[in-house]
Each structure stands twice: as structure tokens, then as C-alpha cells.
Design a protein around this ligand. Structure first.
Ligand code: KG4
Length: 336
């Protein structure tokens, strides 16, 4: 079965072609950094407009790279939510129209399900159940994954997502956009113990997160220095901030695995590309006898291939969309 998968939930337009749930034949991603960089964050209306311009060329490239035509496609999968409504509408409506015109079945995919299953795009894959930390610009959530369509929320952020904190800290330090990769790079030159930023544990045994206080603490630190006309030591601030985020992410994920008596841990989402998070999670798992699965960075950040794999399983479980099926901005997978 050939699957054409489309992802447009935020600021990346992506299309992929997969053969079943195994082989990725193409995975084309068109990012919009040039559109949003000057604003230091995503401007939803501009994101939708760029998706409209990019969607056909990106789908064409994905088909070309996979050496298939629309006639070969057996299933179209597209992100239905959560995300920016305007962005979602472009990809999802495009997918439904393409499916309708070409008489191809179409399935709507939850973006979180894509992140949760992206590990299956790699050679080494976990057994069910596993614990997954999905950490991106819009989400920071710990799940128990019991099967290809069985996901339980164990903990989630009560305010900012970790990626949002990375982006906001980068903006206040005037490091550019997107913030995560540049903070990651700058942190490599700094001392993670230079500044003791707060860690929000939210009570013993809590699997929830909070990053708004940490973000404010970085802001206060920078303002104090600026008032004294002192230049902030950017590498030290980045390293200390990143260390505070990663410590909480790793500790709570390990705790979730221990409480659920599960020995496999998976990371997904854009912040899953963070070098410190990857090394710390791998190290802790290694020390404590857990198995750690880290999808390559290209499958952590938004991509069509993960939507293809989640779409394949949703379809096999009987999911299909009708022409009037709508997108949704918030994920039903995340229990409040
Ligand atoms: O999953 P993603 O591509 O998009 C969604 O938010 O759905 O994640 C994007 C987020 C952004 O906040 C970006 O700054 C962050 O992931 N990110 C990183 C890194 N690469 C991307 N954060 C920390 N370190 C990175 N290396």
C-alpha cells in the first residue's frame, strides 16, 4: 500500500510517501523560518498563506522523489489537529479534495499520534507498551503508548510548552528564530551550573510540567544585568536554562516509566532534537536499565512521514474522513 501523507499543523509544509508502515520513500519538508524570523515567533495568518503557496510543490516533490504518481497512491493521510486552524485547514482540505477527485480513501491523523509513532520510522523499534515524552513548540506531554492507536496521557504542561520556552528565551536574548536549535548550539559553549534557574516539580509524584516560571526567571536575570549595564553571558544563560528544562523532562519521564512499570522510553517532538535532552535521557536510561529510543532529529520535528505511519494504523483500525470532516485545534488525545 502506498500512502501519501500531508502535514501542515504549524509552520512546516510537509509531504511524504510511504510503502505500508515500513519504508519511507520520500519525506519533503518546506520550512517557513524566513517568513516568521523577523517577528521572533509564528504569525498564524502568514503561516496559512505560505502553506497555500507550498502545498502543491511539496506534494509534487514528494511524489517525484518516491518515483510514484497519484495513480499509485492507495491512501491519503493528513493532519487533522491539533495545531493552528488556518494552517491545518490548508493541508487537510487539500488532502480531502485530492482524495475526492482521485477516488482515494482519506484518513485524518492526530498530530500527536504522529509524534508518538515516529519511532517506527527507524530501524530499531520498541515493544508496546512504552512511555513517550512528546515535547514540541505546542505540547509537553508524557503518554503511555499501549498500541498503534492506544494512547493514555500521564502528565502534561500546565502552561507553556518546553519548545515555546526555548523560543521565548531565544527571543529575549535576541538569538533569532526558531529558538530551540540556536539555544542548543549556544549552550554548548556555556556552563550549565553558572545560574541556578528554578525547576518546577509541582509536588511529589506529579507528572505535570510548568515552564512559565523558568521563562520569567531568565527574563529577570537578563533585566538585572541590563539595569547594571552588564552584557549577559549568553552561553552560560543558555546552558543553565537548557539544563533546567532537560532535568525536569528527564526526571519526570523516568518517574512515569517507573510508576507504570514500563522499561521502554521514546522521545518525540521538535525539542526531542535537543542534543542535551537526547544525551541525558540516553545516559539515565543506560544507568537505570531502561531502553531509550530516540528518533532521528528529522523525525522529531514536524514531518509528513510520521503522519503517514499514524495514518496507516488509523486506516487499518477503520478510520476514514468524509468531505465535511473538519479540523480541530486541540488534541482529543490529551486528557485535561
Ligand atoms: O515538533 P515541532 O517541529 O513543531 C511543533 O511545535 O509541533 O517543534 C518545534 C519546536 C520549536 O519550539 C523549536 O524551537 C523546538 O521544537 N526545537 C528545539 C530544537 N529543535 C527544535 N528545541 C530545543 N533544541 C533543539 N535542538
Amino acid at each position: 500500500m502506498y500512502i501519501l501523507a500531508i502535514e501542515s499543523s504549524c509552520d512546516d509544509t510537509s509531504a511524504a510517501v510511504l510503502e505500508d508502515d515500513r519504508r519511507v520513500l520520500s519525506n519533503v519538508v518546506s520550512s517557513q523560518f524566513d517568513v516568521h524570523a523577523r517577528y521572533g515567533g509564528i504569525v498564524p495568518e502568514l503561516a496559512s498563506r505560505r502553506h497555500i503557496e507550498s502545498i502543491w510543490p511539496v506534494v509534487h516533490s514528494a511524489l517525484d522523489e518516491a518515483s510514484v504518481s497519484l495513480k499509485d497512491i492507495d491512501l491519503i493521510a493528513a493532519t487533522r489537529g491539533p495545531g493552528l486552524v488556518g494552517s491545518l485547514l490548508v493541508g487537510f482540505t487539500f488532502a480531502k479534495a485530492l482524495a475526492l477527485v482521485n477516488n482515494i480513501p482519506c484518513v485524518g491523523v492526530d498530530h500527536m499520534a504522529g509524534h508518538l509513532l515516529s519511532v517506527f520510522l527507524e530501524k530499531e523499534t520498541p515493544q508496546f507498551p512504552y512511555i513517550a515524552l512528546i515535547v514540541s513548540g505546542g505540547n509537553t506531554t508524557i503518554f503511555k503508548v499501549s498500541g498503534t492507536t492506544e494512547f493514555t496521557t500521564l502528565g502534561r504542561t500546565r502552561d507553556d510548552a518546553a519548545g515555546e520556552a526555548f523560543d521565548k528565551v531565544a527571543k529575549l536574548l535576541e538569538l533569532g528564530y526558531p529558538g530551540g536549535p540556536v539555544v542548543d548550539k549556544t549552550a554548548k559553549l556555556g556552563n550549565p551550573k553558572a545560574i541556578s534557574f528554578p525547576r518546577a516539580w509541582l509536588g511529589e509524584g506529579s507528572l505535570d510540567f510548568s515552564f512559565s516560571g523558568l521563562k520569567t526567571s531568565v527574563l529577570n536575570q537578563v533585566n538585572r544585568l541590563r539595569q547594571k549595564n552588564e552584557a549577559p553571558n549568553l552561553p552560560d544563560i543558555c546552558a543553565s536554562f537548557q539544563s533546567a528544562v532537560v532535568e525536569v523532562l528527564v526526571e519526570k519521564t523516568m518517574l512515569a516509566a517507573k510508576l507504570a512499570d514500563i522499561t521502554s522510553i521514546v522521545i518525540g517532538g521538535g525539542v526531542g532534537a535537543n542534543s542535551h535532552l537526547r544525551s541525558q535521557m540516553a545516559h539515565r536510561c543506560n544507568m537505570e536499565g531502561f531502553k531509550c529510543y530516540l528518533p532521528s532529529p528529522v523525525y522529531c520535528t514536524d514531518n509528513g512521514a510520521m503522519i503517514g505511519i499514524a495514518g496507516y494504523h488509523a486506516y487499518k483500525h477503520g478510520s476514514m474522513v468524509l468531505p465535511d470532516t473538519d479540523v480541530y485545534p486541540r488534541s482529543p488525545l490529551i486528557m485535561i
